[in-house]
Design a protein around this ligand. Structure first.
Ligand code: AMP
Ligand code: GLY
Length: 430
């Protein structure tokens, strides 16, 4: 069977690599893909917002399943587009329809969903420019820091955490009245600040049953010691040492089960991944956010730990037979460190030749922002590669990753040398 993966990052290379091990797959396609997916699949250079181009790709290449990596096509309704098209409607899409994708596409919707279904999350209210004064009044009832979230998708930039009430009021006005984040901030969610340590839990569901995938922690800031600007993610670790069985049981009972049951009650037929961003406050989980896809770079530590055939699981999702599928996890620690282009997450250079990555033999090098040019592999994005290793301990996995990174070079290469620094590892540095 031919399978198409939509997307072009490290997450999609990880999907492609994992799926390439499945005997049932004849040919893999990735659109648009990168230099890494190009080696194990056929890249198709299309724009993912162009659903007609996706359709043409599917029909021309006899694709029988589509796996959606990023959130934008899901929020824009790629799954609904398939269901509404006579020639595509029987081709399963792994990823929710528009109604389910609202869990990520609208913070206001996801907060209402959590409230309605009794899922633990920060207290909140939503405001627009029509009730700005009430927004100021709500802020006055909260303790600093103040959390302001643009309702819609804002490429990971729509959340502000502010220490002063005055600043929070000014920013709120800027968001709703001046559209600081464009249409995404027409509505703003204001919520209580949650204390604790963050981690993510991933769920794959066919709408009825679910599998809980390995947990992961990512490192979002550009700078060591979690300092500087936010990025898409600079590294990740799985499993998360502070997410013990007692905590994960609470997550399953208090968050995962009511989420799946809530989707069913609300008539949302959800097929795909749910990425649950959580705060662990003294052993109690609270939901920070839902995403309707896998995380990047979390996928690069979650998938290498899954022993089961991912395609079999996807078939289970498509046919609603996920409960019949076996699911097992490799009992090792996975670490990934992301190599970025100097300057990222602000302006950075592209088209820099990358060398040495083919000589890496104790880690997996997932390509993210890479492209083929004149028989070379060059940088084409801010996050360039994610270097993943498995080990018996975090230390062992990190040592392998940093040894592998030493073999890779490109002009302006930057990466965090302290991934895992907060997990009780004084020697995590290179
Ligand atoms: P989100 O896009 O909702 O995940 O928010 C981005 C980041 O802001 C999260 O990963 C958290 O680090 C932080 N954050 C969001 N909401 C809260 C909150 N209520 N309390 C504390 N931190 C938060
Ligand atoms: N690494 C965070 C995300 O994928 O949203």
């Amino acid at each position: 069977m031919n399978v198409l993966i939509l997307g072009s990052g490290g997450r999609e290379h990880a999907f492609a690599l994992k799926l390439s091990g499945s005997k049932k797959i004849t040919q893999l396609f990735v659109a648009p893909g990168n230099a890494g997916t190009n080696k194990i699949a056929k890249n198709i250079s299309i724009n993912l917002s162009d659903f007609e181009a996706v359709k043409q790709t599917v029909l021309e290449n006899d694709i029988k399943m589509v796996v959606v990596g990023p959130e934008v096509p899901l929020v824009d309704g790629v799954h609904d587009f398939f269901l509404a098209d006579e020639s595509l409607k029987n081709i399963p899409v792994i990823g929710p329809k528009k109604d389910g994708a609202l869990l990520e596409g609208s913070k206001d919707f996801s907060k209402q969903f959590m409230k309605k279904h009794g899922i633990p999350t920060a207290r909140y209210q939503s405001f627009t420019k029509e009730n700005l004064e009430e927004g100021y009044a709500f802020l006055e009832t909260l303790e600093p820091p103040f959390v302001l979230k643009a309702d819609g998708l804002a490429a990971g930039k729509g959340v502000l955490i502010l220490n002063s009430l005055e600043e929070a009021k000014t920013e709120l006005e800027d968001m709703v009245s001046n559209q600081k984040f464009g249409k995404a901030s027409t509505t703003v969610v204001i919520e209580e600040f949650l204390k604790g340590i963050e981690l993510s839990v991933f769920v794959l569901t066919d709408g009825k049953s679910y599998k809980i995938l390995p947990s992961a922690k990512d490192y979002k800031r550009i700078g060591e010691g979690d300092t500087g600007l936010n990025t898409g993610g600079m590294g990740a670790i799985s499993p998360v040492p502070f997410a013990d069985d007692a905590f994960l049981n609470k997550v399953e009972e208090l968050v995962v089960k009511p989420t799946i049951a809530g989707l069913q009650k609300d008539g949302i037929d959800y097929k795909g991944f749910i990425f649950i961003g959580l705060m662990n406050d003294n052993g109690n989980p609270s939901v920070v956010e839902y995403n309707v896809r896998m995380g990047d770079p979390e996928t690069e530590v979650v998938l290498p730990r899954i022993a089961s055939d991912l395609f079999e699981l996807f078939e289970g999702v498509a046919n609603q037979t996920l409960h019949l599928k076996t699911f097992s996890v490799i009992n090792k620690t996975a670490t990934t460190v992301v190599l970025v282009s100097g300057g990222y997450p602000e302006a950075y250079k592209k088209n820099k030749e990358i060398t040495g990555f083919e000589t890496v033999d104790e880690s997996i090098v997932y390509h993210a922002g890479t492209a083929n040019k004149d028989h070379k592999v060059v940088t084409s994005g801010g996050r360039v590669m994610a270097v993943t290793s498995l080990g018996s301990t975090i230390e062992e996995a990190l040592e392998k990753t940093y040894r592998s990174i030493d073999k890779i070079h490109f002009d302006g290469m930057n990466y965090r040398k302290d991934i895992g620094f907060d997990l009780g590892m004084p020697n995590a540095e290179k």
